[in-house]
Design a protein around this ligand. Structure first.
Ligand code: 3PG
Length: 306
């Protein structure tokens, strides 16, 4: 089988050094395309691939059409909103993710952004500490859980809203549970987003919700830009000069927001959440292993298009 690693944003070279032998030692052929500049290059690379390992790469119908031999796509990471699951299922292609493998990297970045915001983007003036401040985790999956653990070290007061995780599991971590998203937003100075982007969540972080946040509010987004309603965000920034938005994903309106609110908006130049050697290695090794197991025994653990 031919296993292609197709990453516009490359893994660390150390991860490729781990992935390649996992593929080859199982008797498969390894191929790599990185930093491709347009979909045509990706279409050419996938034409004889039986498996693909990707990151945030867009795997749409055109990619599936260009890859008639494809059996499995593994998204080395958590979010799979970049893969057209409907087409994958229609074409009998298994899609998997590698949950948890890059979560620590993302959770740590939350605190990089939190401190950067609390210290006024390092502008030399007195900022504030995180100790004793309220942090609301919007969703309590792998990243939310790790963020709670780190927040404890900072002495923050932590709460969460996640209708998909039993309250007692969250409370066992010493985290207060809110039963409504509105309560979470009205009770926390800092909100950190950990929801996936799907039809239900897209644009769900809107002006009505944001305007519930207390004075000195900051929204941290290491999840997906699509979950924030950018019109509502702009309105909130215009109305509330105490509100900050720090995101690991450039919003569509990034240049407007940065020019209007340079001291209250910050966006990493490239999505950096999962960009650590450790996360690349963990997610890459998991992806390669899942592909080998799939071809060896039909193992479909972590399939997301069921
Ligand atoms: C994920 O969903 O796993 C993260 O958003 C990481 O995305 P990346 O692999 O493109 O950095």
């Amino acid at each position: 089988m031919k296993v292609l690693v197709a990453t516009e944003k490359p893994f660390a070279p150390s991860a490729i050094k781990e992935i390649q032998p996992i593929i080859e030692n199982a008797g498969h052929k390894f191929a790599l395309i990185e930093k491709y500049e347009n979909p045509a290059q990706l279409h050419e690379a996938v034409k004889d691939a039986n498996a693909i390992i990707i990151r945030s790469d867009i795997i749409d119908e055109a990619v599936f059409n260009a890859a008639p031999e494809l059996k499995i796509v593994v998204r080395a990471g958590a979010g799979f909103d970049n893969v057209d699951l409907k087409t994958a299922t229609a074409k009998n292609v298994v899609v998997m993710n590698t949950p948890g493998q890059n979560s620590n990297a993302v959770a740590e970045l939350v605190f990089g952004l939190l401190i950067y915001g609390a210290r006024g983007f390092f502008n030399g003036k007195s900022g504030s500490e995180l100790k004793g401040k309220t942090l609301g985790l919007h969703a309590y999956g792998n990243v939310g859980k790790l963020a709670a653990k780190i927040a404890k070290g900072f002495g923050m007061i932590i709460s969460a809203f996640d209708p998909f995780v039993p309250a007692d599991l969250i409370e066992a971590d010493g985290v207060k549970v809110y039963n409504s998203v509105e309560e979470l937003y009205s009770s926390n100075q800092y909100i950190s987003l950990h929801i996936p982007a799907n039809d239900k969540t897209k644009k769900s972080i809107n002006h009505t919700l944001l305007s519930k946040m207390p004075k000195g509010a900051t929204l941290i987004n290491t999840a997906r830009k699509e979950v924030v309603d950018e019109e509502g965000l702009l309105k909130m920034l215009e109305e509330r000069n105490d509100f900050k938005y720090l995101s690991d994903i450039q919003p569509d309106t990034a240049s407007e927001l940065l020019s209007k609110f340079p001291d209250r908006c910050y966006f990493t130049p490239k999505k950096m959440g999962a960009q650590t050697f450790e996360a690349n290695n963990n997610a890459g090794i998991a992806a390669a292993t899942q592909i080998v197991n799939f071809f060896e025994s039909g193992d479909k653990t972590f399939q997301v298009n069921k």
